[in-house]
Write a protein that binds this ligand. Structure first.
Ligand code: COA
Length: 162
């Protein structure tokens, strides 16, 4: 059976940390689906369309990786895509409680869907999309933590494109 994994998130915006997890995960699955979620509980900076386009640019037709929009429950989307694995990044102890809760809820909803946790590179463990949004908002340099395409989209969004 081919190993098809889903890496879901809001990616507002995609960071070097997400890219690191995607790269690591794609090495041991046959297909990795990056699923962009609508971000219901938080106010997004980028629209779903913008986030989807940015991920496409950043991954740039990488073989074995597809980008999809996530609508509804992750377990339903996984069933529709024929996926058997969910990939999550675990950056620090603070991520653990939320991740544990989600993994167990997803298992309750879909017992055959396994969640696997990836440890990101040390250089990216401190990054989050919200900290990047905040730095970019005040004109700070985010070139080390996001892809150049994303850095430019952030500059445009906040009017720092001079
Ligand atoms: N590097 C950098 N940042 C990372 C990261 C990494 N490796 N891993 C996570 N993050 C950041 C994200 O950017 C985000 O940062 P922010 O809060 O500062 O914006 C934060 O950690 C949380 O990200 P994530 O864990 O991906 O959560 P999310 O809110 O983006 O996505 C879904 C959560 C979409 C996976 C989840 O809500 C879902 O499955 N939704 C579908 C509906 C559903 O099935 N719900 C029931 C789930 S049990």
């Amino acid at each position: 059976m081919p190993k098809i994994a889903i890496y879901a998130g809001s990616f507002d915006p995609i960071t070097r940390g997400h890219e690191d997890v995607i790269k690591r995960a794609s090495q041991f699955v046959d297909k990795l689906i990056v699923a962009v979620a609508p971000n219901l509980s938080k106010q997004s900076l980028f629209t779903l369309e913008e986030r989807f386009d940015m991920i496409g640019e950043v991954l740039n037709g990488h073989e074995g990786i597809e980008v999809h929009r996530l609508d509804g429950l992750l377990v339903d989307f996984a069933a529709k895509m024929g996926a058997n694995l969910l990939v999550r990044g675990l950056r620090a102890v603070s991520d653990f409680e939320y991740e544990f809760q989600m993994a167990l809820m997803n298992r309750t909803l879909s017992p055959n869907l396994e969640t696997i946790f990836m440890v990101p590179s040390v250089e990216t463990t401190y990054i989050s999309s919200s900290i990047i949004r905040e730095v970019a908002k005040y004109g700070g340099d985010v070139k080390d933590v996001v892809h150049p395409y994303v850095a430019s989209a952030l500059r445009l969004k906040f009017g720092h494109n001079s």
